[in-house]
Design a protein around this ligand. Structure first.
Ligand code: ATP
Length: 235
C-alpha cells in the first residue's frame, strides 16, 4: 500500500531522515518505534506532505505522492493524527468532527461514519456540543483520532497516541486502534515511544535510530530481540 524508498528529509541544513526505506501492506498495523529525535514524526510528516522529502520516493498504491500537497494526499486516503492531539479547542466536538469530513460530499456516508466514531468512543457523543478544549487529554485524543477517521482514510497515520495519557486511557486507545484496523479494515501506521504497547497491537515494526531504520521484523520478532528489549522495553 505504501512504500518509502531511500527518503531523505531536511529541516534547513539538518538531515532528519537519512535514507528511509520501508513498506506498509494493506490491512496491517505497522509500528515505528525509536527514541526522542530519531525521526519518527518526520517520517509521518514526509508521508503526509507537510515536510516533503528532498530526495527519494514515496509511493501510495503504486503512485508517487512525494510531489503532492498535503490536501491532495488527504484526498487520496491518507489521514494523520498529529502528536499532541491538535484539535480545534474553540470548536465543539461535533464541529471538530465536521472538519474531518471537510473534503467529502457523501452526506449519508458522513452520517454513517459519525455513528461509527460515536460507537468507538461513546463519551464523544455525550460531549458532542462541548468545546473541544474543555475535554480531558484522553478525550481529546479520542476526538483527534475520530476527526481523522471522518476523512474515511485507507491509511491512518498515528503519532504517539499514548503520549501523556493515564495507563487506563492508553489501554483503551490501543484497544480502539486494534478495532479500527480489524472491524474498520483501516491500515494503520503507528508511531510510538511506548514500544511495548505498540508491539502488542502491531503486526510488524521498524526501529528507528538517528534518522535511519536500524531494525525491522514481525512484532513478535522485535519483542524478542535483545537490542529492542534492552533499549526500548527496559528488560
Ligand atoms: P519525538 O519522539 O521527540 O517526537 P521523533 O523521533 O519523532 O522524536 P523528529 O521529531 O522527527 O523525531 O525529529 C528528528 C530530528 O529532526 C531531530 O534531530 C529534531 O531535532 C529535528 N527536527 C524536528 N523538527 C524540526 C524542526 N521543525 N526544525 C529543525 N529541526 C527539527
Amino acid at each position: 500500500m505504501l512504500e518509502l524508498n531511500n527518503v531523505e528529509t531536511f529541516y534547513g541544513n539538518i538531515m532528519a531522515l537519512k535514507g528511509i526505506t520501508l513498506k506498509v501492506y494493506e490491512g496491517e498495523i505497522i509500528t515505528l518505534i525509536g527514541a526522542n529525535g530519531a525521526g519518527k514524526t518526520t517520517t509521518l510528516m514526509s508521508i503526509s506532505g507537510i515536510v516533503p522529502p528532498r530526495s527519494g520516493e514515496i509511493l501510495f498504491q503504486g503512485k508517487p505522492i512525494h510531489c503532492l500537497s498535503p490536501d491532495e494526499i488527504v484526498a487520496l486516503g491518507i489521514s494523520q493524527v498529529p502528536e499532541g492531539r491538535r484539535i480545534f479547542p474553540q470548536l465543539s466536538v461535533q464541529e471538530n468532527l465536521d472538519m474531518g469530513a471537510f473534503l467529502r460530499r457523501d452526506t449519508a456516508g458522513i452520517r454513517k461514519d459519525l455513528d461509527y466514531v460515536f460507537g468507538l468512543f461513546p463519551i464523544l457523543a455525550q460531549r458532542r456540543h462541548q468545546a473541544g478544549g474543555t475535554l480531558s487529554g484522553g478525550e481529546q485524543q479520542m476526538l483527534a483520532i475520530s476527526r481523522s477517521l471522518m476523512a474515511r482514510p485507507r491509511l491512518l497515520l498515528l503519532d504517539e497516541p499514548s503520549l501523556g495519557l493515564a495507563p487506563m486511557m492508553v489501554k483503551l486507545i490501543f484497544q480502539v486502534i486494534g478495532k479500527i484496523n480489524g472491524e474498520g479494515a483501516t491500515t494503520i501506521f503507528l508511531v510510538e515511544q511506548n514500544a511495548n504497547m505498540a508491539m502488542q497491537v502491531a503486526h510488524r515494526g521498524y526501529v528507528m535510530e538517528n534518522g535511519r531504520i536500524a531494525l525491522s521484523g514481525t512484532a513478535s520478532e522485535l519483542l524478542h530481540d535483545e537490542h529492542v528489549k534492552k533499549a526500548y522495553l527496559g528488560i
